[in-house]
Structures are given as structure tokens and as C-alpha cells.
Design a protein around this ligand. Sequence first.
Ligand code: FAD
Length: 393
Amino acid sequence: SFPPSVSDFYQFNDLLTPEEQALRKKVRQCVEKEVAPIMTKYWEKAEFPFELVPKLANLGVAGGTIKGYGCPGLTITGSAIAVAEVARVDASCSTFILVHSSLAMLTIALCGSEEQKQKYLPSLAKFDTVACWGLTEPENGSDASGLRTTATKVEGGWVIEGRKRWIGNSTFADILVIFARNTITNEINGFIIKKNAPGLTVTKIENKIGLRMVQNGDIVMNKVFVPDEDRLVGVNSFKDTNKVLAVSRVMVAWQPIGIAMGVYDMCHRYLKEREQFGAPLAAFQLNQQKLVLMLGNVQAMFLIGWRLCKLYEKGTMTPGQASLGKSWITLRARETVALGRELLGGNGILSDFLVAKAFCDLEPIYTYEGTYDINTLVTGREITGVASFKPAA
Ligand code: FAD
């Protein structure tokens, strides 16, 4: 029976619909066949595997829950389990998909006009075009609502001026979803900028220690003209950006779930195969204790992630619930991969063994889509009614 993974200790497939189970199986088979053999090479070279894009396109997951416009209209649980299965084998690949689908496409679906949805979503759903999503700036990371890029109204469109940092997929994206401050209303607006627009420069950020396959860029927009038709009509304040983030945080929470599953599966196998002191590593109590701690984490992470999806499907999920899911799951995943790294001994620091790569990949995930701290504060504000993002005056 599927899945044969030892990390599925509580038989998670029972929680999925037959369609979600079938998708899970399809994604697992594809990534194990197509992604697993090449991921370390690309990770080490910090290059993006363009050869994989048609194979990822065949999975039919881009666009996730979006209905129509060539998108798959999956349940959020189905979409999430697909992300976890990709992350189980390679986190960078799952980040590539998430930036494109759960951030950029979702913003167009939630905040775009009918014409914009018809124009952009069908080719994005097939990965014929690739998108990125630019919120973070060099001077505004956690304090994203204070962003400084400006959008000035001119005849027939807008002039965008400013900088973005860390933007995944941006070095090769066909379209860039960019947030900027309207110079008249002082509110945040959203825009679609095309690749090669005059005044747009993207430079790859080098020397990352995690998610090395993902191409993150520093973007400079020097008086980039965006026609009126490419302003996202539904982004009129930072609250609209937050609507996208609340959903994408659910999806991002499934990356650490998948990563931890992959690490657990790998460690379980390794401990049974390698011997020291005349016995398999699995026979030592200290090793078993670590393995069981990892297993417990994976079960709890999955169940919280699954419940979050159900709350979303019910229409009652709150931003605080999404943030708690993202922050808590990522924290437990960080602990899990660290234990896994330890269990593999010296091989735990070699990227060839999956665990070291997962260990490094967890670090940026702990930080992006709201750091652990910022997501904690979002939940803290919701449960206490008091915002504590700014130091007391
Ligand atoms: P800072 O905001 O400078 O934070 C530094 C530290 O201070 C953190 O520990 C933080 O938690 C803490 N801190 C900050 N404010 C508070 C506070 N009020 N209370 C308590 N602690 C606080 N952004 C995009 O827009 N698009 C992308 O595609 C994208 N991809 C990314 C990919 C990677 C690999 C990385 C590393 C980042 C990516 N980001 C992206 C940016 C990411 O969202 C930011 O890095 C993140 O929001 C944190 O911002 P910062 O790095 O400026 O850290």
C-alpha cells in the first residue's frame, strides 16, 4: 500500500481523499524519479534545473486551489501534500513551485482583474511562463508594510522606482509581481512588471548556504513604466498583501513537514544499515531516542498542517492560526533535521546524503514568509489583542 514511507507512522493517507492520495503518489513517483538523481548536483552548483520545469509542469499543481484559467482547482490539502512530497526530496524545488504558484499566481487570482487572470494564469499554470513575487526590500524585511518602492501615476500607467531583495525566481521570471507605495494615497499597490522592462535590473544573490538551487535576486527598478492594465486592481493596502500571505503560509508550512519526513525516512534506513561496535546504529538506545523524537515531531507537524488545511477549507482559518502553523512546524522541523544530521555522523555534513542539504535548506524557510519571530507575534497579537511588533515608545 502507498505510501511505503516509514515516516507515515500514523497512516496519514487515511486523512486524504482518494484524489489527494492519487496526487500524492503521482508527485512522489515523479520527484523520486526525476528530481532525486540530479538535485545534489544543482544544489552544489547553485544553479536552477531548467530541465525539470516540463516535468514539474506535468504534475499539474501550479495554481493549486485556483479554479478556472487552466488551473487545477485542487483542495488546499491536496495542494499542500504535493508541496510536502516535493520538499521531501528537494526543498529548493518546492520553493520554486511555491513562489510561482502560492505567491505570484495566487496574488493574480485574488487581486487581479478578470482580464489579468485570463491573460496571465493559463500560461503560468502550465509553467510556459514563470513568475516571482517581490515584497521584501533591502531596508524592509520583517517590516514589509513600511516598504519604500514608489508607484507614481502618470498618463497611461505608473512609474515604479525602488529596490527589492531576496526575490525567488526573479533572475529568469517572465513576470514579476511587485508591491509599491502609491505616492498619492501612501498605500501599498501591486503591479505586474514584465521581464526585460526598460529600467529593470535583476542580479543573482550568490553564496547562499540553503535552498541553493533557488535563484534569489536583488531587483533595481529605475523608473520602470507599468501600463494601467498591469496594475493589480485588488491590491489597495497592505491588508490585501496579507490576505495572500495568510494562505501562502499554510502552503509554506508543508515544506518543513515534507523535509522532516524525508530526513526521518533517510535516517531510519541509515541506522539499520550502518554498524558500529558490532551492531546496527539502530540498536543503540540513544539513537532510538533521537529517532523517536524525530518521528513524534513529524506526526505532530503533519496533524497541525492537515488541521490548518481543514480550517481553511471550512473558511474559518485566521491569520494567527496560519502563523502558528508556519512558526511551530518550522521550529520542530529545525529540531528534527538537526537530530538527523547528528544521527548520520560525518555523513550528516555531506550534501550527498540528503540530510545535510535539508539541514541547510531549513534555515531560509525558518526566515522567509515571516520569520519565526514575526509569525509568533502575529499569533501573539491575535490571542492577546495587543500588537507588539514595535518597541514600546
Ligand atoms: P530582518 O527583518 O532584518 O530580521 C532580522 C531578525 O530580527 C530576525 O530574526 C527577525 O525575526 C527579527 N525581528 C525583526 N523585527 C522584529 C520584531 N518586530 N520583533 C522581534 N523580532 C524581530 N521575500 C520576497 O518578497 N519574495 C521572495 O521570493 C523571497 N524569497 C526569499 C528566499 C530566501 C532564501 C530568503 C532568505 C528570503 C526570502 N524573502 C523573500 C525575504 C524574506 O521574507 C525576509 O528575509 C524575511 O521577511 C526577513 O526579513 P530580513 O531578512 O530583512 O530580516
